[in-house]
Design a protein around this ligand. Structure first.
Ligand code: TPP
Length: 582
């Protein structure tokens, strides 16, 4: 069967089981848009290519399947660079297709030409310029294979316009043949035995669970390991929901804005069992002061992670689920799974929990809203399978701290790159992946203004989401740093008290807009938003600009220097190394 390159590309996506893709057409990609009319694939037309990329990410986060985005050449390709980098940092499987000027015109500074493969080389797991249409099915098959296996990540395919118009003979490869790419999934049995021995000797162990748990569908295995050994689990920003917050062994988020107990337990541990986590600087603080007494077991599917930041005592390359399952067996086999008495350590953890809970000073009459309270109230009105998506800033940290996550893949946010503007489009992608679930985007006013136009996409494509803007009129997180570390010299962080009018803006985009100024209005607004399911809802919550995210480990400090909320704990300094270890 003879097809054009464009037809072969769309047919290849169908063969990969793609149901929805996000994009926006233009000159160089025009031939590929034509066969979409006859395809079973749903195409969601975005308002900006960055939106397409983040939607594909949200879709991938929630569905566990690769997100697909397609855009034209030049400015469209550069517009999607941010989401590609975002997906690379957070190991999100994406297949991004970009149009390119005709192959014969490459290098002539043709209209809308840019070196897309060059620009994205360092932020893709793999990228490729198609040079002949006959290669298309193979390249697409390989792209999906690479994006989804091993450590997931974005793959980019650049297709010149003349190649899209070229004829090819259709085929579909029965297998993928990539001799240089064979991710190790099975952990080394001897290393796993070593890990079990270290666990059996440890008096102060902590499981340090990262986003890799979710990528590997290892939440059940993690729970089995934790319950078998009685070891507490911290869940990083990328792993929130991988272990239920309501579980007694769950310590919650560690790191710069983690809670005191999670931070300090890691810091005082004698063993860290790092599972699919990468010793990110937001978790470790100053690296050479991080968990000084801890031995390290590090499990990761990407061998490049082992020893990148901290040398592990037991490195294990492999898929987190498979390795944890084997580790469970190894722990059981060793002395019938007997663990040492960890009573003093567990008591200390409980003491920390009681003494230093993550909390905030109550709302005072006449003050603007407390952002933490708004999040808690949305959470309390939501079912446990509700998907929460955030932007980047204070609201992101409050959400991670105050939302009680009970299920995997219910928290979608930009952890590694920290991309403002992520929430609205990623929430739309999440909703496209899970139409029966409620999707709340909790956003900052600064972030919202970066990509809010995608609510038009949400209206027109009938993918309704709920947006809570925690509107403090400031670039809040930057304001917080200027307040704490630049003597309250606020430089270019005030947005506006009056503009934009979020209610009018929401309405103009086909959404319901609500403004909330006082605490009594919070619940009715949330109830109203929860009742509306046929369109998107935007709530403009007027929050207190003075509110800051605590606890905080200041940049460059070690995790011994946790700053607690002075309004609650009555101190302005640090906890000076925390309490004594047993
Ligand atoms: C694209 C981008 N530009 C700049 C930043 C730096 N930055 C991090 S948080 C932040 C402020 C976010 O403000 P807002 O969305 O209002 O959220 P808030 O912190 O007030 O909750 C900025 C500017 C970023 N992370 N991403």
């Amino acid at each position: 069967m003879k097809l054009t390159g464009a037809q072969a590309l769309i047919k290849s996506l169908e063969m990969e089981g793609v149901e929805v893709m996000f994009g926006l057409p233009g000159g160089a990609i025009l031939p590929v848009y034509d066969p979409i009319i006859d395809s079973s694939i749903r195409h969601v037309l975005v308002r900006h290519e960055q939106g397409a990329g983040h939607m594909a990410e949200g879709y991938a986060h929630v569905s566990g399947r690769p997100g697909v985005a397609m855009v034209t050449s030049g400015p469209a390709a550069t517009n999607i660079v941010t989401p590609i980098c975002d997906a690379y940092m957070d190991s999100i499987p994406l297949v991004v297709i970009t149009g390119q000027v005709p192959y014969t015109a490459i290098g002539t500074d043709a209209f809308q030409e840019c070196d897309t493969v060059g620009i994205t080389r360092s932020i893709t797991k793999h990228n490729e310029l198609i040079t002949t249409a006959q290669d298309i099915p193979r390249i697409v098959r390989e792209a999906f294979h690479i994006a989804t296996t091993g450590r997931p990540g974005p793959v980019l395919i650049d297709i010149p316009k003349d190649i899209a118009n070229q004829e090819m003979e259709w085929y579909w490869p029965t297998s993928v043949n990539l001799p240089g790419y064979k991710p190790t999934t099975k952990g080394h049995p001897r290393q796993i035995k070593e890990a079990a021995k270290l666990i059996a000797k440890s008096k102060r162990p902590v499981i340090y669970a990262g986003g890799g748990i979710l990528k590997a569908h290892a939440a059940d295995a993690l729970r089995e390991l934790a319950e078998l050994t009685g070891i507490h689990v911290v869940t990083t920003l990328m792993a929130r929901g991988a272990f239920p917050d309501s579980h007694d062994l769950c310590l919650g988020m560690p790191g710069m804005h983690g809670n005191y107990t999670a931070i300090t337990a890691m810091q005082k541990a004698d063993l860290l069992i790092a599972l699919g986590s990468r010793f990110d600087d937001r978790v470790t603080g100053k690296v050479n002061g991080f968990a000084p007494d801890a031995k390290i077991i590090h499990v990761d599917i990407d061998p490049a992670e082992l020893g990148k930041v901290r040398n592990p005592d037991v490195p294990i390359v492999g898929d987190c689920r498979q390795v944890i399952e084997e580790l469970v067996k190894a722990v059981k086999a060793l002395d019938e799974g007997k663990q040492p008495d960890r009573g003093p350590w567990n008591r200390l953890i409980n003491e920390w929990r009681e003494r230093y809970p993550t909390t905030y000073a109550p709302h005072k009459e006449g003050d603007p809203l407390k952002p933490q309270q708004v999040i808690q109230m949305i959470n309390e009105s939501a079912s446990p399978d509700t998907i929460v998506v955030t932007g980047v800033g204070q609201h992101q940290m409050y959400t991670s701290q105050y939302w009680k996550f009970e299920q995997p893949n219910t928290f979608v946010n930009s952890g590694g790159l920290g991309t403002m503007g992520f929430a609205v489009p990623a929430a739309i992608g999440a909703k496209a992946a899970a139409p029966d679930k409620t999707v709340w985007a909790i956003d900052g006013d600064g972030c919202f203004q970066m990509t809010a136009q995608e609510l038009v996409t949400s209206t027109v494509a009938e993918i309704p989401i709920k947006v809570a803007i925690l509107n403090n009129s400031y670039l809040g997180m930057v304001r917080q740093w200027q307040e704490m570390f630049y003597d309250e010299r606020y430089s270019e962080v005030f947005l506006s008290k009056d503009y934009p009018d979020y209610v009018k803006w929401a309405e103009s985009m086909g959404c319901v807009g609500i403004r909330v100024d006082s605490p009594e209005e919070i619940q009715p607004a949330i109830d109203k938003a929860n009742e509306i399911n046929d369109r998107s809802v935007v709530i403009d919550f007027r929050t207190d600009q003075r509110e800051k995210v605590f606890p905080m480990v200041p940049a460059g400090k070690t995790n011994d220097d946790v700053v607690l909320d002075p309004e609650v704990f009555g101190q302005t300094g640090t906890t000076e190394g925390g309490m004594e270890t047993p």
